[in-house]
Ligand binder design. Structure first.
Ligand SMILES: Cc1cc2nc3c(=O)[nH]c(=O)nc-3n(C[C@H](O)[C@H](O)[C@H](O)COP(=O)(O)O)c2cc1C
Length: 171
């Protein structure tokens, strides 16, 4: 696990290669294994492979989402907004997707939707909801872009870690 965490990086450039169905199935199964508050599992996941939809999703923000158009897969993570801790539950599932992708030799990157704007008048979440026919009661937390990596990033080393953030017993 610690090696997986050290070598995990946000990968935004992907090879022009489809992801095998078994790997997509494994990713989605991992998401469904995520823990959630009171076991309520308020999330839903939409695996998007359609090129036109990926292009539209890449325009969901002015900055920070454009690279999605080069990804063969995006997993949209949404949750029932009436559940008090929907953000936490959705974020845990998104993290599990990001780490599972790495464990399968895939690169991935989180694209934030919650609290982000598509335009001055429309939130990123509402834009994605309209595009993907998502019912009103859900909010989109993020999208995880996934693909075979076409960039290399250095693994983290002990010297990169902020040990000053750690406290024992009291701050
Ligand atoms: C909550 C969250 C939101 C993020 N949003 C975006 C985003 O919208 N676009 C993007 O390109 N990267 C996004 N990232 C990726 C971060 O930029 C990245 O994790 C950070 O720079 C550290 O790099 P690393 O993941 O390679 O360690 C997000 C990461 C997190 C955890």
């Amino acid at each position: 696990m610690i090696d997986l965490l050290k070598t995990r990086r946000s990968i935004r450039k992907y090879k022009d290669k489809e992801i095998e169905k078994e790997k997509i199935d494994t990713l989605l199964k991992a998401a469904l294994l995520s823990p959630s508050s009171k076991g309520r599992r308020p999330w839903e996941f939409i695996a998007v492979t359609d090129k036109n939809l990926l292009e539209s999703l890449s325009q969901s923000r002015q900055f920070g989402s454009q690279f999605l158009k080069g990804a063969p897969l995006a997993i949209v993570v949404l949750a029932d907004k009436d559940v008090d801790v929907w953000v936490e539950d959705a974020s845990i599932a998104a993290t599990i997707l990001h780490l599972t992708a790495h464990s399968l030799g895939l690169g991935s990157c989180w694209v934030q939707a919650h609290e982000r704007m598509h335009t001055e008048n429309e939130t990123t979440s509402d834009y994605i909801k309209k595009l993907l026919n998502i019912p009103e009661k859900y909010n989109v937390e993020c999208m995880i872009a996934v693909g075979y990596p076409d960039e290399e990033k250095k693994a983290y080393e002990d010297k990169d870690l902020l040990y000053n953030k750690l406290h024992f017993n009291k701050f």
